[in-house]
Design a protein around this ligand. Structure first.
Ligand code: ZN
Ligand code: ZN
Length: 127
């Protein structure tokens, strides 16, 4: 059972990794894959990847559809993220900017911001 869907999982994951600066709906993922994978399989695999914290899932704007984006890298431990509430895309904040923000808030309030904090707002494309 362990190797079940491993191949599909690998191609799904590598596609998301290569496009980690974008967020996709399930339909877009299926359309972009080089090999056909059934929708139910993609749903199931994405569910797993979300549970494993490899993929970030957000609601797209006011719609009911979800968008998925590859997010987990060791690199992501050290910076804050910004999430667009319209398109659901997650942006990685530069670690330099992150420490400026963290240090500023810390010296003003002695509050230490967790680096997993996600700032919400609107991205340049959605403004
Ligand atoms: Zn990141
Ligand atoms: Zn946006």
């Amino acid at each position: 059972m362990k190797t079940y869907h491993t191949h599909q999982r690998t191609s799904l994951l590598s596609f998301l990794k290569e496009n980690s600066d974008k967020a996709f709906t399930i339909e877009e993922i299926i359309a972009s894959l080089s090999e056909p994978i059934s929708q139910s399989t993609v749903y199931r695999l994405m569910q797993k990847l979300v549970e494993e914290n490899l993929v970030h899932r957000t609601v797209k704007g006011n719609s009911r559809s979800f968008v998925y984006q590859y997010i987990s890298d060791e690199k992501c431990e050290n910076h804050l993220h910004m999430k667009c509430t319209d398109c659901g895309k997650v942006y990685h904040l530069d670690s330099g900017v992150t420490s400026i923000i963290q240090n500023n808030i810390k010296s003003n309030t002695s509050f230490e911001i967790d680096s997993h904090t996600v700032l919400l707002g609107k991205c340049g494309d959605c403004k």
